[in-house]
Ligand binder design. Structure first.
Ligand SMILES: C=Cc1ccc(O)cc1
Length: 178
């Protein structure tokens, strides 16, 4: 948690856990300069996890980062990280169908892209549900870029505690077999 951030390179390869002020807990990894992975532990779509989401990742000024992407579900996300202060601000723009049927999205999305795309056509988009929240960062890990082991397992109760307590990854940031 004592890592200091200045450049884009300092940010890429970093793995974060944070809790939004509304109580939603998220885990997110800057996999490389155009890709993010994440796992959701609390909130409306807890249990959802995603690898290799394309994203725009930019350094705004020293130590402050902006990330934005649009998902196969039609959900849009914009995150502003201030990691030196262990803070971020995130805005999630959920299409109406995700609010109405969150359970459809609670899965390993990579295996169900077709279902996300057919659902976004089948159900309603508007009005969107906008969730603008600050979050406190509770974990910062140096996973290195393009590490497929960071977000490679289904979330479970207690997973974020295991990560924070050093019980989940080995010294090479590979998952410890359990
Ligand atoms: C919908 C995905 C998502 C991922 C990370 C985050 O902080 C907010 C939303």
């Amino acid at each position: 948690m004592d890592k200091h951030f200045e450049t884009l390179d300092d940010f890429l390869g970093t793995h974060f856990i944070y809790t939004y002020d509304n109580g939603w807990e998220y885990e997110w990894y800057a996999k490389n300069d155009h890709t993010v992975d994440y796992r959701i532990h609390g909130g409306m779509v807890a249990g959802r996890w995603v690898a290799d989401q394309e994203a725009h990742i930019n350094l705004l000024t020293a130590g402050i980062y902006k990330i934005a992407w649009t998902e196969p579900t039609g959900t849009d996300v914009a995150l502003d990280f201030v990691p030196n202060e262990h803070k971020l601000n995130g805005t999630i723009f959920f299409p109406k169908w995700v609010q109405d049927h969150p359970e459809i999205t609670v899965t390993y999305q990579n295996d169900h892209i077709d279902l996300m795309e057919t659902s976004r056509e089948k159900y309603e988009t508007y009005p969107k549900m906008v969730v603008p929240e600050f979050a406190n960062i509770t974990y910062i890990g140096d996973a290195g870029q393009n590490n497929d082991q960071v977000i490679a397992a289904e979330p479970y109760e207690g997973m974020t505690d295991d990560i924070r307590n050093g019980k989940f990854y080995d010294d090479n940031y590979r998952m410890i077999k359990r």
